[in-house]
Design a protein around this ligand. Structure first.
Ligand code: TYD
Length: 225
């Protein structure tokens, strides 16, 4: 489906037309977010729209330190509540220190993961009470909402095949079960059903270039006014 430009988010409705844009990418590990973010930012930059690329958790000195704690394989004893609070803490810092000032200055920001990740991974994956997660997300981001979110969706077995072909060291969060990944994917799909005006589902099994075209055109139609 196409992003509906007539149904703008609250944040956008309250802002002047020369304001920045917040674009987020979501999907299970192996969905190809990084590649698509690079392709989109290169294309926007070529059109004279410089974009700031951020990733979660991270993007600030404090956030990168928290990322280190979250991903460290030595932290096998981390309980799921601590994990949830650390993701929220990194996000609160990123929003206040970077995202809001950049948007206020009229910049475009692309974020590799945002609060939907917490609903999908900690809510559906870890099965923490969704009400708690939503209020923590609310505390972390306040009124800062994405203008558009691309959900790169693909079956878990395809994601696993891609991940198996990657040549990088595994971190603490790379060892989740297939059922965890399935619940996470289902969570994302449910989120997209709940918020169809913001979250656009993209078929991540499409060839890279074709997918990049779809994403770019969705942005042109919905956001680049
Ligand atoms: P990363 O190496 O950045 O993975 P990816 O390239 O897939 O984004 O690690 C981030 C991991 O953290 C990833 O497995 C998803 C997970 N995560 C959560 O569980 N909850 C969250 O709120 C966020 C932002 C990430």
């Amino acid at each position: 489906m196409l992003y509906n430009k007539d149904k703008l988010t609250d944040r956008q409705q309250n802002l002047p037309s020369n304001t920045g844009r917040l674009i987020t990418f979501e999907g299970i590990d192996g969905s190809g977010k990084t590649t698509q973010i690079e392709l989109l930012s290169a294309r926007l930059a070529a059109e004279g729209i410089p974009v700031l690329l951020l990733r979660e958790p991270g993007g600030t000195q404090i956030g990168e330190a928290i990322r280190g704690i979250l991903l460290d394989k030595a932290h096998t004893s981390m309980c799921i509540e601590t994990e949830l609070l650390l993701f929220a803490a990194a996000r609160a810092q990123l929003v206040r220190e970077v995202i809001v000032p950049e948007l206020d200055a009229g910049k475009w920001v692309i974020c590799d993961r945002f609060y939907d990740s917490t609903i999908a991974y900690q809510g559906y994956g870890r099965q923490i009470d969704p009400t708690v997660i939503r209020s923590l997300n609310q505390l972390a981001v306040a009124r800062c909402r994405p203008d558009i979110t691309f959900l790169l969706d693909l079956p878990v077995d395809c994601a696993l095949t891609r991940l198996a072909g990657r040549n990088r060291l595994k971190d603490r969060l790379d060892n989740e079960s297939v059922s965890f990944m399935q619940r996470t994917r289902e969570g994302y799909c449910q989120l997209a059903k709940d918020e169809p005006d913001r979250i656009v589902i993209m078929n991540a099994t499409e060839p890279e270039e074709q997918l990049a075209e779809h994403i770019y055109h969705t942005i042109r139609e919905g956001l680049a006014t």
